[in-house]
Design a protein around this ligand. Sequence first.
Ligand SMILES: [Ca+2]
Ligand SMILES: [Ca+2]
Length: 293
Amino acid sequence: MPVTFDKPLFIIFLFFTISNTVEAQSIAPTGEHYRLKKIIPVEGRQGIAIDENYYYVSSSTALFKYDKEGNLLATNKDPFKNLKKAANHFGDIDVHNGKIYTGIEWFEDGVGKDIQIAIYDAESLAYESSIDFDPSSGQEEVCGITVDPVRNMAWMADWVNGNYLYRYDLTTEKYHGKLHIRPAPQYQQGVFYADGKILISADDGDADLHETDNLYAVDVSDLGKTAAFVTHFKEMKEFVRAGEIEGLSIDPTNNDLLVLTNRGSRIVLGMVKGFYEGYTEELHELYIYERIK
Ligand SMILES: [Ca+2]
Ligand SMILES: [Ca+2]
């Protein structure tokens, strides 16, 4: 006998299918639940976003699209040409409903200005539109952006002054508020939302001294709260050489944790100034962790 759905049942079925898609990305209880399975080189040094089929990577001034084997499929090397305000810097990025969300600014010698949320088409990597930041928020820089798909909010972190995560309502395209995070991780880079939490990558290890960088977690489930506590999530001891941690993301198809990191270059005030012994260029690599336990 063929399986048939009457209309209400089909709608309920569709609802659960969509809900499950949204819920697919989840964060493990601790960083100990991840095991490194692969490292792949990429061209970008800033951000990583993942949808069902692709990895999207940002450099400071370009977007790249890869398959999940690490083959480069598409590039946008002139992503700022249609922007109204001058820009020279992408941070960590996210992808949601076929759109790539980026935090853009003019960044120079440790200071960011003209922050905006710029949205690109994930298919073509072409620029589509921007949402200006609200200067009254107090945000000084944007190092990363992540989308909360349930409440349709974008959250941004600030590398210069990391005391707050700033959120924008993507429905109204307006600033919605900020969350005081305590203690603020030093030199935040990437952010990733899932399960009512945000993971933050922090470039808090001094590469001159071979100190590790780290991931932290903060609960953002209650939008009525003005402050939340930050907990340590994972020490990035698998990195081949201590360097500069960047963006992070979780694969919606299998919950792999991906972390982008740079090694080889000496970083001063967030900019590349020379190389460590044994390196003649900066290497950008995606560390791919599988979920265990
Ligand atoms: Ca960065
Ligand atoms: Ca570091």
